[in-house]
Design a protein around this ligand. Sequence first.
Ligand code: ADP
Ligand code: ZN
Length: 616
Amino acid sequence: MADSPLPAPGGALSVLREVFGYDSFRGHQQEVIDHVCAGGDALVLMPTGGGKSLCYQIPALVRPGTGVVISPLIALMQDQVDALTALGVRAGFLNSTQDRASRRAVEEAFTRGDLDLLYLAPEALRSEATMGLLDRGRLALFAIDEAHCVSQWGHDFRPDYLALSVLHQRWPQVPRIALTATATEATRAEIATRLDLTDARQVVSSFDRPNITYRIVPKQEPRKQLLALVSTEHAGDAGIVYCLSRASVEQTAEFLSANGIAALPYHAGLDPVTRARHQSRFLREDGLIMVATIAFGMGIDKPDVRFVAHLDLPKSIEGYYQETGRAGRDGLAATAWLAYGLADVVQQRSLIEGSEGDLAHRRRLSAHLDAMLALCETVECRRVNLLAYFGQQSAPCGNCDTCLEPPQSWDGTVAAQKLLSTIWRLHRERGQSFGAGQAIDILLGKRTDKVTRHRHDQLSVFGVGAELADREWRAVVRQTLAQGLLAVQGEYGTLALTAASDDVLAGRRQVMMRREPERTASRARSRAGRAGEVAAELPERARPAFDQLRAWRAATARESGVPAYVIFHDATLRQIAITRPGTLEELSAISGVGQAKLARYGEQILGELTALDRAG
Ligand code: ADP
Ligand code: ZN
């Protein structure tokens, strides 16, 4: 904890510049910050990486007293506090991981009025001792982070979050700001009611993340495809790879490591110590890949994650968007890559089929999956589709796979009819159910053991589908399933007709399908997004300086035991490497260099640059 209070006069903008070292506010930040500084309540919806933290950190610095931040992510509180301390902000936390002595120190700092920000776990507010403590200090505001926890059914933290309505009753004059990246109308309404924020200013920012390139590719050999992505486009980059099962997390991490790429596994089956160690290495080291189940990532604010890859289909667009949003928080170009295939659709559909819960629950799961599948199969801009899901209109983005390499759509009606009548005949003439593989073998006229054993070569549809290759038929089955024209049944994932199948068979319904574009050997690298916020590729001449600064940062971070990005973000180092400041004043003009960091690291940075000049 630094002991001199920060200069607050001049208000929010000077805090942004002097403490955080940024030039200007982003999006709706200023509106929210001004409103909260003036004592108003706010409910803020911004995408992951949108810049929510400043919305409460700056008012906490501008207003007298301490800003109290409620966050469920206790494993990350230490890093958050370290990052603030590096900026010269007086911050502390209270949670169950702490020993008595450090708890006491934080409590005393708070009551003395020596804290700008105090992080608390939500359960803390159920203890009268904590409430009493808050009474003894001066409160600048309450920030309720991850506010969707109050609404999500079955969420671990829900009971604690529901209890947060006491804040308003007990301290009616203290402004409250609730923040979330979960965007749907229903969630927003529920947060407002549950937290007693119906009169609060609601600020919904654009959910677009223009620097992320969205790509969804047909799944063939997912691990090899992933390896190709990493080694050709993201060598040396930090990234997150999501898999559905623990086993596939382990196998994928091993596969990458065996191929010389530093990767660590993370899933709920690992013991807590290993998990914490892997998370800490991912945050602290440069260029590490975390292979994880979706248990990983909430609240991880590592800014330089350059790609997020999904090897399995996410269950909903909300999940997909939150996970992919962890890429490129620093605003530099990043990739969201998903490999998706027939087996994913079959698996997810039969999971829903076999899930516990009532019909309404299964319908909800189905609707989520349908929206996800529509995103995968669209021939239009992925971003337009994603933003429309969150109720926001946009124009084709120029920075997703369908914009960059437009797929064709083709009339798949006849193909769908052939497939559906194969299923119909199996069922009607033989009383049998089979999976996609057998149906495709029949259509292709393959006399496999299984085909001859069941005498499926006698069916009238045997061999009627020779015009398409096996791979193309799999795409037809996948898209027919995705469009709900075919269903998956039982634990073996056999295919069955649906009410909508009849319309196709009777020729009343046309079925349009997506044809994957021919991949050129060297894929055109994606261009920057619309926002123009994305830095260009690092010029070759700046590379040695950037590498040198990164090495300096790694050593400095290790020495002080903090993640590298707490020292400086990549974006800041990049700009230093390009502009080569020669004085402290020039250095302070660079985004991300605030007063505390200038004082602490300024001379060292200039020294690194001079050393480089002498060497070159
Ligand atoms: P969120 O909590 O919404 O996911 P963060 O608050 O972590 O996002 O912000 C994302 C990144 O953007 C952080 O690295 C932060 O330092 C940076 N950032 C936020 N606001 C600004 C700004 N006005 N100018 C420059 N960078 C910013
Ligand atoms: Zn697009």
